[in-house]
Design a protein. Structure first.
Length: 198
């Protein structure tokens, strides 16, 4: 899920940026410091959205750069358990599929790709035995986050599933929706046939 997080930090502006305005220099240094920053509390920092306040600069003896106490907003992505996400299959292995969901990648174990017995082909495609559904690199999918691990804080791991109703490759969902409408129309026709209007 995407969040806006307000952060307060002392931002160092080196002398090489003195020709810029204080705000421009501070924003450049915030982006440099926080670009790609990952933490359990903030999630993955995507960008600085706004600088709310910059106090007067303080110079520390022995350092020619001023430090500005700054309050700013960061756009972050923090994966949540049970969150439904859209993504693109980036790679497929015999044990599952890797899905790119924007700033992070997750893994869908082969047993969680579809409600079917799944086999792996040499062409990097997962195929359902009974349903004949296939999952390959580049497919757009809807999945649910079922595990988040912050064991390695710089590289959080996500586990996802596509076995629940309303999840899976978007093409599968469209065909289910179409067949559902056809079934519903057939039921309506049968009811109309049994109870003809007088």
């Amino acid at each position: 899920m995407f969040f806006i997080a307000e952060v307060k930090d002392h931002i160092r502006v080196p002398p090489s940026l003195f020709e810029k305005s204080v705000e421009d220099a501070v924003i450049e240094q915030i982006k440099k410091k926080y670009s790609g920053f990952i933490s359990k509390d903030l999630g993955i920092v995507i960008d600085v959205t706004k600088v709310n306040d910059i106090k007067d600069g303080t110079i520390i003896p022995g350092d020619g750069a001023p430090y500005y106490e700054t309050v700013f907003d960061l756009l972050t992505f923090k994966p949540q358990l049970q969150e439904v996400v859209l993504g693109t299959i980036k790679d497929i292995a015999d044990f599952g599929a890797f899905i790119n969901i924007g700033p992070i990648e997750g893994m869908i174990h082969v047993s969680q790709t579809m409600d079917d017995f799944v086999s792996f082909s040499k062409d990097k495609v997962l195929i359902g035995k009974e349903s004949k559904r296939s999952l390959k690199v580049g497919d757009n999918c809807r999945a649910r986050i079922i595990a988040v691990s912050h064991k390695d804080i710089t590289n959080p791991k996500l586990g996802l599933t596509m076995r629940q109703q309303g999840l899976g490759k978007l093409e599968w969902l469209k065909s289910e929706e179409t067949s559902g409408k056809k079934d519903s129309a057939k039921k309506t026709e049968k009811k109309a046939g049994k109870n003809p209007s007088k």
